[in-house]
Design a protein around this ligand. Sequence first.
Ligand SMILES: [Zn+2]
Length: 100
Amino acid sequence: MQPADGTPVANPGWRDVLLGTDPALRKYWRIMRRMPGGPRCHLCSAPFAGVGAPLARLMGSPRWHKNPNYCRRCFAILDKERGGAEVECRMYSWIRLTKP
Ligand SMILES: [Zn+2]
């Protein structure tokens, strides 16, 4: 349940999704990953083009028109199951120094 002010709620399910250890997501990812084609959904790896794309569309994972990096299925789940979790992450960047 989400608070009235719109603040996301942390829960253990989101932690597993964000870390990539959720068993259901990993199972779906393995199925989608076997389908040939690319580019793929950044979350579930459903192919958007190539031989596997028609099957992915039949399974409810066409490319989402508002963000081409994700499928409609993933975004529907993200929109329905709002929440979050605190996870550790690292950021790397390259700093290029140039002479003036
Ligand atoms: Zn997806």
